[in-house]
Design a protein around this ligand. Sequence first.
Ligand code: KIV
Length: 269
Amino acid sequence: MNAAARPLTVPDLAAAREAGRRLVMLTAYDAGFARACDAGGIDLVLVGDSLGMVVQGHASTLPVTVDDMVYHTRCVARGLRRALLVADLPFQADATPERALDAATRLLQAGAGMAKLEGAGPKLEAIRFLAEREIPVCAHLGLTPQSVLRMGGFKVQGREEAAAAALRADALAVAEAGASLLVLEGVPSALARAITAASPVPTIGIGAGPDCDGQVLVLHDFLGLDSGHRRPKFVKDFLAGGGSVAGAVEAYVAAVRDGSFPDAAHSYE
Ligand code: KIV
């Protein structure tokens, strides 16, 4: 598809996978960076609840509210013409299907084209509820930052066989419930490869190795900014090699598309 042609749609995601064209996703929280993403050919822009850490300076994503997400989604939407805008349901906004519908409706009315939520199990009901009500859903499995208290930190998930099997089953379950896209975060490359091979919907990796259908990075990591937190292994500073924000976006898009990012140095065994 011609990158300048028209706004990307949800069916285009499956078509890209079918065509073997990797999807490139980056987070943004304001109109200026959204414009830079769009101009550089980023396919999906995520207003992540990571904004709680990289914009608001919290130690986790838990303090982020639906109002925060709506505000930043509106800002980003004003900067986009082509990229599909995905916005996170923040902590507990998806605790019940009804709450998820209220929050996701606000995000779509603010300009998002898809709502993302973390987890499977009790979240399957919310995924199904949204999907059946014309709200495209992106699921998020593996290292789910909203589970930081239970996980005891931001830790790679699915290393033991039982945990890997549970993740493989969850990936099928979220797609069956109606998710159109699946983010896999912080899982060993071999597990992400197996999940991607079995998944009915495209997968987007972050710390999940090179074999997902696309990749996502958090903007501040991609720019090499000190977030005040330990730098995960998968993070790459594209600004260092790109020379400018536009150059960094161009380098990132090219590296994801040709499969050179992430390499083994930016992946987990
Ligand atoms: O909030 C976020 O930025 C995310 C990405 C890490 C995928 O969920």
